[in-house]
Design a protein around this ligand. Structure first.
Ligand code: ADP
Ligand code: MG
Length: 261
């Protein structure tokens, strides 16, 4: 766990939370076989929110955010993303996936494709965007994550931090309305964590709705508008960062914070 100081001014003025709902999860339950992994999850995320999800390993954080773009299926309750309910209807799943970008701990770039090709693959083949337009968009986002000069290289030629920024740029090329991050900095060396967090901060400053599973509590304090604490498949507590860190309510949250801070 680290509490990396974020040593730049953060422009919170653009991080407005709207009244509109981006994600609505109601009484959601999920089992892996007989193992009850998510219990009665209720969560409303408004557009523009930056939510950090914290909690011990095995508490169900990854499973919960993977349910939001149906990488995992829930068995009970309801998940509605941007007005679309996630059911077994494949059309709805496709629609939701095209609106929700996801970035994992391991970058999952295609090793045999260049950085540019990694970024244009889905827009060309899934969105049917003309190649030239897809390449222009890709370069725009590679500039945004500050590695346009790497466009013709292969993932293996880049550092971990650079690869993770490519993974973020690749997601952005699909113009998502919501970004999910699952421990995006956990596999990185400390000096690379900052460059990835900087990219995430910029996204937040542009008003992106974000759910981030992360152990970066400095990021949580400064960027999140809400911290959610999960334990044993439940949302145990949630609050704005200041209250969450300074005045945790439940014993489980207190114990967790005493271990990481
Ligand atoms: P976290 O991300 O908080 O560490 P996970 O969502 O990965 O937690 O896992 C929650 C629990 O579900 C853990 O006990 C884990 O072992 C279990 N689990 C995760 N994925 C599977 C799976 N595909 N099949 C069975 N159990 C799983
Ligand atoms: Mg996880």
């Amino acid at each position: 766990m680290s509490e990396l100081a974020i040593d730049r001014e953060i422009d919170r003025s653009k991080m407005q939370v709207s009244d509109e709902v981006a994600i609505q999860i109601t009484n959601m339950n999920k089992w892996y076989g007989s193992f009850h992994v998510l219990r009665d999850i209720n969560l409303t995320v408004n557009k523009g929110e930056r939510i950090v999800i914290a909690g011990p390993s095995g508490s169900g954080k990854s499973t919960m955010i993977r349910c939001i773009n149906r990488l995992e299926e829930h068995q009970q309750g309801q998940i509605i993303v941007d007005g679309i309910e996630l059911t077994s209807d494949l059309k709805n799943i496709d629609k939701v996936r095209s609106e929700v970008g996801m970035c994992f701990q391991h970058f999952n770039l295609f090793p045999h494709l260049t950085i540019l090709e990694n970024c244009t693959l889905a827009p060309i083949w899934v969105r049917k965007t003309p190649r030239k337009e897809a390449e222009e968009t890709a370069m725009h986002f590679l500039e945004k994550v500050k590695i346009p000069e790497q466009a013709d290289k292969y993932p293996g030629q880049l550092s971990g931090g650079q690869q993770q920024r490519v993974a973020i740029a690749r997601s952005l090329c699909m113009k998502p309305k919501i970004m999910l991050f699952d421990e995006p900095t956990s596999a990185l060396d400390p000096e690379m964590i900052k460059e990835v967090l900087d990219t995430m901060i910029e996204l937040a400053e542009e008003g992106m709705t974000m759910l981030c599973v992360t152990h970066e509590m400095g990021f949580a304090r400064q960027v999140a508008n809400r911290v959610i604490f999960m334990d044993q498949g439940q949302i145990v507590e949630q609050n704005e960062p200041e209250e969450f860190f300074n005045n945790p309510k439940s014993e489980r949250t207190k114990l967790f914070l005493s271990q990481i801070l």
